[in-house]
Design a protein around this ligand. Structure first.
Ligand code: EPU
Length: 344
């Protein structure tokens, strides 16, 4: 790895350890961004204009398909603080490079509940709004106040409120029209003081009952979430993976009615707009994929929605298995599965 005299830009950098799938790839250029001002310095380099750029957080929602002939900007902006408080809420801000789970635990330790259902989600604070992370009955959007970003085309600072982010299910403007344009520098959350435990999700409720917690604290909910997640989802530090590989598909009510007639056990969640969300993991399991391998990639034994690196996998192996799964689900159920991670 060669460093330029400026020290900021590194060349020919391996990315294997910077993606939780553990896929092999190298980047022609790489810069770790610790302050927004460093982007200004980088912008002066010829490489900035010559190369495509990619913003990297924790690399936990990413499939690397080969070497990247461009510049990787890894966000390492630190910091976390209470920025405001009134009778209604706490406003808490974190640098985009902070580890998401550590940030959640820190808020709980400080006595500011509200993010406990999102404990143990891999990745960084800055990546959380990009795909509107969610789990166990809560989406990040519900606690989001605003984010600060730098426009990579102009290097000007920008602020996005909740409406501007256009959050959807595992979706935001940053995965759509604004994809690749902004580098998120910090995120501010609003944590209401009138806290209500969110324990509607069946498995979470069961985990709390098993511990005899009828009126759980936020910390107890976080511990139960951690227990459920650890049981069902592979630890990326031990088995390479990128979390759920597909989104849970949304279908219209008429399509659901005809599917449910043929498959009475089909798990489903009715949406406020009349659409129905299906469980992709169930569909994949019904097609016989759970626990199966294709080359160096497999479908996790405990959760069919997660693809895992069995050792030495390449991005192409991951995409090949994903396509085979998509084809089976399409053939058996007529349902199209959409990929969740970003492919580079
Ligand atoms: N199911 C199966 N077989 C499987 C997996 C699931 O039959 O192998 C069934 C379950 O029995 C249940 C239903 O599918 O009836 C839903 O399963 P689960 O509750 O495990 O949740 P999920 O839909 O598979 C989603 C999120 C997860 C999140 C959990 C908990 C998506 C794509 N995934 O998974 O998010 O942790 O709910 O809220 O929305 C992620 O996005 O990376 C992620 C891990």
């Amino acid at each position: 790895m060669n460093r330029t005299p400026g020290g900021l830009l590194q060349r020919d950098v391996p990315l294997d350890r910077l993606n939780t799938f553990g896929l092999p790839a190298r980047a022609a250029g790489f810069a770790a961004i610790e302050t927004p001002a460093q982007l200004i310095a980088l912008r002066a380099l010829p490489a900035w204009r010559a190369w495509p750029r990619f913003v990297l957080g924790g690399g936990s929602n990413l499939v690397l398909t080969g070497d990247f002939a461009g510049l990787i900007l890894q966000v390492r902006i630190p910091g976390r603080q209470l920025v405001a408080e009134d009778a209604e809420a706490w406003w808490v801000q974190a640098g985009a490079g902070e580890n998401w789970h550590d940030f959640v635990i820190w808020t709980l330790d400080c006595g500011w509940p509200g993010l406990e259902n999102l404990a143990l989600i891999p990745g960084t604070v800055g990546a959380a709004p990009i795909q509107n992370i969610g789990a166990y009955g809560l989406e990040m959007a519900e606690r989001f106040q605003q984010l600060a970003a730098v426009d990579l085309e102009t290097c000007e600072r920008a602020t996005f409120d909740r409406a501007a982010c256009r959050f959807g299910y595992r979706d935001s403007v940053f995965k759509q029209e604004a994809a690749g344009r902004y580098l998120v520098t910090s995120v501010t959350f609003r944590l209401p003081k009138r806290w209500q435990p969110m324990i509607r999700y069946a498995e979470l409720a069961q985990a709390l009952e098993a511990r005899d917690f009828s009126h759980p604290t936020a910390r107890q909910i976080a511990d139960a979430v951690i227990a459920v997640r650890s049981r069902k989802l592979p630890d990326p530090a031990k088995i390479g993976n990128a979390g759920s590989f597909f989104k849970n598909p949304l279908i219209d009510a008429a399509t659901f009615a005809s599917l449910a007639e043929r498959h009475p056990k089909l798990p489903h969640y009715s949406q406020p707009d009349g659409a129905v969300k299906l469980a992709a993991g169930w569909l994949i399991e019904q097609c016989g994929w759970k626990g199966r391998n294709l080359g160096a990639v497999g479908v996790y034994e405990q959760q069919a929605l997660v693809l895992v690196n069995r050792g030495g996998a390449r991005g192409a192996d991951v995409l090949q298995l994903a396509q085979a799964i998509q084809a089976s689900v399409q053939a058996k159920f007529g349902v199209t599965l959409e990929r969740e991670p970003v492919v580079l």
